[in-house]
Design a protein around this ligand. Sequence first.
Ligand code: SF4
Ligand code: SF4
Length: 288
Amino acid sequence: MGKLCNQACQHCHVEAGPQRTENMELTTVEACLRLARDAKIAVVDITGGAPELNPHFRYFVSELSHCGVQVIDRCNLTVLWEPGQQDTAEFLASHEVRIIASLPCYSEANVRKQRGSGVFDKSIRALQRLNELGYGKGALVLDLVYNPTGAFLPPEQSALETTYKKRLREDFGIHFNRLFTLTNMPIKRFAQTLIRQGAYDEYLDRLTQAFNPSSVDGLMCRDLISVGYDGTLYDCDFNQMLEIPLAAQAKTIFELDYKSLEGAPIATNRHCFGCTAGSGSSCTGALA
Ligand code: SF4
Ligand code: SF4
């Protein structure tokens, strides 16, 4: 829904931050709603930036939810403490929105390194608030996302989930549903960090060497379409940030005939090794 975010994380592939002004406008939101209805879209996965900061976020969620679409909010947690967001957690709960929240570690030091000081404390308080509303314990789903703090592949997902659950429960009384491990993509802000450290080529080689053919069937670009804040279409969120247009014919949501997407080619490039390395990586974690 845009690139505006209350944070500016080191690994952010969107290069989102508080100064960004790109935000999805109402006409584009309406086009997304039309597509969701016409194509009977099952899941709309909303991300940013911090999508909750978009003025049309609540309208979008409410309309989707009225149509019976499953809505996912990719929430950075700290946004729930921003001015004007005091009741966002309640809003999400009342619309049964599934929350996928980023928390790159259960330790304060690692989160500070990647996301800045104060983020860990706010994230923990947000998770506790979401637990109070029923998230992570009952019908309301709260998943967490881990990504490495450097140029290495994520550890095995289920083992890390066990450790996360133990540490967050014992240290903070927090419960959640599933942990998704994501590989850091060598693009945008993370790529610039690697280049500054002279580690870009080494990381690309690591990803390429770790290519896992069994991850390919589950790649997220095979069954999703990514809509940019201005309505431009892409094969995935990473291609969106690299401005690699949709391989199929339509270029924007305003001209899309969704039936033309069936079996259409997907635009790939070298960064795709970030999705196919090791256990694979997608918007819902490991693939293989
Ligand atoms: S990684 Fe998420 S929370 Fe961090 S700057 Fe990017 S969009 Fe914002
Ligand atoms: S980066 Fe490449 S492999 Fe990964 S989802 Fe996008 S198009 Fe598919």
